[in-house]
Write a protein that binds this ligand. Structure first.
Ligand SMILES: *Cc1c(COP(=O)(O)O)cnc(C)c1O
Length: 396
């Protein structure tokens, strides 16, 4: 029988048994097969800045990073990450001991959990989850405890009482994501302050995925959890060049935290990939020093795209939860008299030539997000316009 050895023991271990192929593989294959517009997986269809690409070419030609770079990352990039955290947020990190370059944010998340969890430790995480969280917690032997973001006044909100109630004597860490994928929620200052108070009071570690730090659309901008009182010494902050500079294929991510935390995460990381993306690290060092205008234009551009797709989805009849950040819009299909997002997404390419993602796969309790569908808007304007046009068929 497929998947079985002669002793009938499953090949895939128990920790991973519940994880199949990611939804993105399934839906991207569907997009290819049907020729539909893929608003499923969140990758830009326009590459990042020309000068950053040129910097990568220069590094390759000059022989910088073509051999194993240093384990913690090249010094130029670590210095640029530290300078970015200081300039943007007033957070001071020693580039030699408090910054770690990783193979994307994905490896940073996995390495942090593998380093910080003992089997049986509980991880309180915001649900719906980013794709890799549940599997990374499982690989580390942890137990995930969801706190569900719930629809509220046109967006999603965190219930702080539910968060407090989720913490037990076995809780080791809080896994936070703001701006939040897939809902587009940006946690407010009050919510972040409450999370910080809880972490301090219960002496919890915090891993915070802030890969969309430059995609906060409203006034005030991004608030890193590490800036709140008592948080710097207990927080592992994760960033990604993929999301900030539109180079998702380069897989350059990073961790900033105090020395003991970075040292712990590095111990796990060095046996996962050891190092990665040598020449690209030099290019991202230059990217992080781009003038403020780059970051402002990037955000303004994505905000405009959000509104373009959001208007189209509303006109087509979706209930739209307005995202305050990221490059995703979560919708609800109940207005069409439909309840099953998975079935809806499987049929959508044939119905009108668009691929989207059912949020139900990001919940422990699929019932919670059963009628939610996520669309990405990090695509060219004409692609978004064409997709919006096609979706109007649902309105008739
Ligand atoms: C894309 C994404 C990641 C992964 O980032 P990489 O740098 O590509 O590994 C992690 N967390 C969230 C919330 C994301 O959307």
């Amino acid at each position: 029988m497929a998947g079985m050895t002669s002793s009938a023991r499953p090949l895939l271990n128990r920790r991973l048994a519940e994880f199949g192929t990611t939804i993105f593989a399934e839906m991207s294959a569907l997009a290819l097969r049907t020729g539909a517009i893929n608003l499923g997986q969140g990758f830009p269809d326009t590459d990042g800045p020309e000068e950053v690409r040129e910097a990568a070419v220069r590094a390759l030609r000059d022989g910088r990073g073509n051999q194993y770079p240093p384990g913690p990352g090249v010094p130029e990039l670590r210095a640029a990450i530290a300078a970015h955290q200081l300039r943007r947020y007033g957070l001071s990190f020693d580039p030699d001991t408090e910054v770690l370059v990783t193979a994307g944010a994905t490896e940073a998340i996995a390495a942090a959990l593998l380093a910080l969890l003992e089997p049986g430790d509980e991880v309180v995480a915001l649900e719906p989850y980013y794709d890799s969280y549940a599997a990374s917690i499982a690989m580390a032997g942890g137990t995930r405890v969801p706190v569900t973001l719930r629809p509220h006044e046109g967006g999603f909100r965190l219930d702080l009482d539910e968060l407090r109630a989720a913490v037990t004597a076995r809780t080791r860490l809080l896994l936070i994501n703001t701006p939040h994928n897939p809902t587009g929620t940006v946690l407010t200052r009050a919510e972040l302050a409450a999370i910080a108070e809880l972490a301090v009071e219960r002496d919890l570690l915090v891993v915070t995925d802030e890969v969309y730090e430059h995609l906060v659309f409203d006034e005030g901008g991004h608030l890193p959890l590490a800036t709140f009182p008592g948080m710097r010494e207990r927080t592992v902050t994760i960033g990604s060049a993929g999301k900030t500079f539109s180079f998702t294929g380069w897989k350059v991510g990073w961790v900033t935290a105090n020395g003991p935390l970075v040292s712990a995460v590095r111990t796990a990381k060095q046996y996962l990939t050891y190092v990665s993306a040598g020449p690209f690290q030099y290019a991202i060092a230059e990217a992080l020093r781009l003038p403020d205008s780059y970051f402002e234009n990037f955000r303004a551009d994505l905000r405009r795209k959000r509104d373009l797709l959001g208007d189209g989805l509303r006109a087509a009849g979706f209930e739209v939860y307005q995202p305050q950040g990221t490059y995703f819009i979560t919708t609800d299909i109940t207005p069409f008299g439909e309840k099953d997002a998975y079935a809806f997404c499987r049929a959508l390419p044939e119905r009108c030539g668009v691929v989207a993602i059912p949020n139900s796969v990001f919940y422990d309790d699929p019932g919670a997000g059963r009628s939610q569908v996520r669309f990405t808007f990090c695509k060219k304007d004409d692609v978004l316009q064409e997709a919006a046009g096609r979706l109007q068929q649902l309105a008739s």
